[in-house]
Design a protein around this ligand. Structure first.
Ligand SMILES: [Ca+2]
Length: 269
């Protein structure tokens, strides 16, 4: 009996171990570079803490630049990036040359047709925001190998993928609780290659799953953070505490969790 129990725990621990070890953070923008209340300059570096150096740069014009704002205190110290209806987005561009003389930005974030990925963000949107406003979180613009993730309204989110098998597949989940409420929300979009699905999560609960043919996401196209290309009508309004990109189909137990979260032993990593 004891041996059976031991074997059970061995199998469980191996499974948990493998699901965690295989996940790698490929970009992690935490927006802790400056204290809340600080301003930014055009082209200023915002560091990626993943270890891959995929640093962002700020702004499109000196007339509208991001500012550092308070973070979600449940997720540690630091700051968030504050964005407005102006064109105050940030960009990730592979090998971008920064004006501060530091190292160039890291390489492109690529996913093959058999690879999974997860995009997470912690966001706070003012309750004064118009409920029908489209709010972009992240977009990689590409004819093939692009995607975007955004709020389609206060109660709906869209995860769109464009690859060799999906040209502009826009998947929208509606009927959510109001997210434009001035409170912090954790959101996540997942491509699970093993299961051939897309999933979306709101505050650690799965809100939908869609079966999809898989294609590759590769290329050096620029990423837009808090906006979408060629339009100023999808500007994110509010604060983003962090955006984390992982090269695995994470489950809620493996998402960025609050300091108060204590996983059950089987999920501990
Ligand atoms: Ca932060």
């Amino acid at each position: 009996m004891l041996r059976k129990v031991m074997n059970y725990f061995l199998i469980v621990s191996m499974f948990v171990c493998c699901t965690v070890v295989n996940a790698d953070t490929v970009a992690y923008w935490q927006f802790n570079d400056k204290a809340a209340g600080s301003t930014t300059a055009l082209g200023e570096r915002v560091v990626d803490s993943s270890g891959y150096g995929r640093d962002l740069w700020t702004g499109e014009t000196t007339a509208s630049l991001p500012t550092y704002q308070p973070s979600n205190p449940m997720y540690g110290d630091g700051a968030s990036i504050g964005l407005t209806a102006g064109v105050d987005e940030l960009y990730f561009e592979p090998n971008h040359v920064f004006s501060d003389g530091g190292s160039n930005a890291g390489t492109s974030v690529d996913f093959g047709s058999t690879e999974s990925f997860t995009i997470e963000a912690m966001v706070r949107i003012p309750a004064t925001t118009t409920s029908t406003k489209l709010l972009a979180i992240v977009q990689k613009v590409a004819t093939v190998g692009g995607f975007y993730y955004r709020f389609a309204s206060s109660t709906s989110m869209t995860f769109s993928v464009t690859d060799v098998n999906n040209v502009g597949t826009n998947w929208t989940i509606t009927g959510l609780a109001n997210c434009y409420d001035g409170n912090w929300h954790h959101i996540a979009a997942v491509r699970d290659a093993a299961n051939g699905t897309l999933r979306m999560y709101l505050d650690y609960a799965q809100i939908g799953e869609k079966t999809i043919a898989l294609g590759a996401f590769t290329g050096t196209a620029k990423w837009w953070i808090g906006a979408m290309s060629a339009t100023s009508s999808r500007e994110f309004i509010g604060s983003i505490d962090f955006i984390r990109v992982s090269n695995a189909a994470l489950l809620p137990a493996n998402f960025v969790r609050s300091k108060a979260y204590s996983p059950s032993p089987a999920n501990r990593d």
